[in-house]
Design a protein around this ligand. Structure first.
Ligand code: HGY
Ligand code: MN
Ligand code: MN
Ligand code: MN
Length: 401
């Protein structure tokens, strides 16, 4: 069974798209993410791929025409199908659809891989529902203990264990997965996030260190109309000044600092908040730069809190060290692609988890003309997407010959 990339792409892009925003809300194990996963599994079945799904729902679908005796590690490619809230169509799905198309092209030209080629789809990469990025691949690689993962809650207070149960997955199966041991190499194709590429396809050199940090600002609830400004202990003010300071420090350091999520209590228009919880996403090119950025933001938040008569508490929720992709595999891809450009990324990926797990791992980026990502406006030209499929096909042929 083979279908053009354009048709595959249009079919998946239609699954769960919000007609008003054009965006997606494919949080892990939500109905729209399950619909995208079902689409993927149908495509695997239509290609007679042997589907292997682990306890948390990560999938690798294998193409192994050589059918040699015994288990031997394969070459895996793929990405994720979940999205950030109101995310774009490309971040994740482009890697999965390109992988299906690459297998179609290899089959069409009669290529017979000497090792299995797998198409992977890893769950909750964005962490947009349970707050932990790369949740599926990290549990599979044993980086996050199953108990910690199952106890994570979404914004409704539902635990991962409960959410899995509601989507028909028995939480008892969650834990380190057999999949990583079967990954002799992993190549993730991903839409570029940023606008550095001047060629259709690039190769990743590294993933910046990054982390998610929860700031809790606590003050004194009071009446918005009768409390003098000088009598207030307003945590929203402390938060606002911290956000301003974070933005300035990140600019100075050439790093990234984002407060994209807030929780205000009691969240009333005419009441000074008692508490503001703010999640900081911080990233920098080196570990030292990330640490000093975080130190500066924390110091400035604490100083501001003293001025405001509020308190500030900081909890790191997830910190991801730098990933330097293995130079041998990286350079092999550059060679296969006749000198494709090499560039770092400030975005985290499942590829980073598998690289840290010791699996030879590489990433391909497909040019993003605007650089916009994590937004319905995320976009890549079809010609560049097709160039990405051709590049992935050439890389898989080289690695699995
Ligand atoms: O947030 C990230 O860096 C990635 O897109 N999951
Ligand atoms: Mn993303
Ligand atoms: Mn992604
Ligand atoms: Mn009143």
């Amino acid at each position: 069974m083979s279908e053009s990339f354009e048709n595959l792409w249009a079919a998946l892009a239609a699954v769960g798209r919000d007609p008003d925003t054009g965006g997606y809300r494919r949080g892990g194990w939500t109905p729209s993410e399950r619909a995208a996963t079902d689409w993927f599994l149908d495509q695997c079945a239509a290609r007679d791929l042997t589907v292997e799904t682990d306890g948390i729902g990560n999938t690798i679908a294998w193409w192994d025409p050589a059918q040699a005796a015994g288990d031997r590690p394969g070459v895996v490619t793929g990405s994720h199908l979940d999205s950030v809230i109101d995310g774009g169509a490309f971040d994740g799905p482009l890697g999965v659809v390109s992988a299906l198309s690459a297998i179609d092209l290899l089959r069409a030209e009669g290529f017979v891989p000497s090792v299995p080629i797998g198409v992977g789809a890893f769950v909750e990469e964005e962490g947009s529902r349970f707050g932990m990025p790369c949740l599926g691949s990290r549990v599979a690689a044993g980086v996050i203990p199953r108990e910690k993962a199952l106890a994570l809650t979404d914004r409704t207070g539902l635990t991962l264990a409960e959410a899995l149960g509601r989507s028909g997955i028995d939480p008892a199966g969650v834990g380190p997965s057999p999949l990583p041991a079967k990954m002799g190499a992993f190549v993730e194709l991903h839409v570029e996030q940023g606008r550095a590429l001047t060629a259709p396809v690039g190769v990743a050199s590294s993933i910046w260190p990054h982390g998610r940090f929860r700031f809790t600002f606590t003050g004194e609830a009071n009446h918005a109309g009768t409390t003098l400004m000088e009598d207030r202990h307003d945590p929203m003010l402390t938060y606002a000044m911290t956000a301003l300071a974070a933005n300035k420090q990140a600019r100075l350091a050439g790093a990234r600092a984002t407060f994209g999520r807030l929780s205000v209590e009691p969240n009333g228009t005419n009441a000074i908040p008692s508490r503001v919880i703010a999640w900081l996403d911080a990233r920098a090119a080196t570990e030292d730069a990330l640490q000093s950025l975080l130190g500066a933001i924390t110091r400035l938040a604490t100083e501001r809190a003293e001025r405001d008569g509020t308190t500030v508490e900081l909890v790191p929720e997830s910190v991801t060290p730098i990933v330097d992709f293995e130079a041998g595999l990286r350079d092999r891809l550059v060679g296969v692609l006749d000198g494709a450009p090499v560039l770092p990324t400030g975005a985290g990926h499942d590829a980073g988890v598998f690289s840290d797990a010791g699996i030879p791992t590489a990433m391909l980026f497909v040019r993003n003309p605007t650089g916009v990502s994590h937004s319905p406006a995320e976009y890549a030209e079809m010609d560049d997407c097709l160039a990405g499929v051709d590049a992935l096909t050439a890389v898989l042929k080289d690695l699995a010959r």
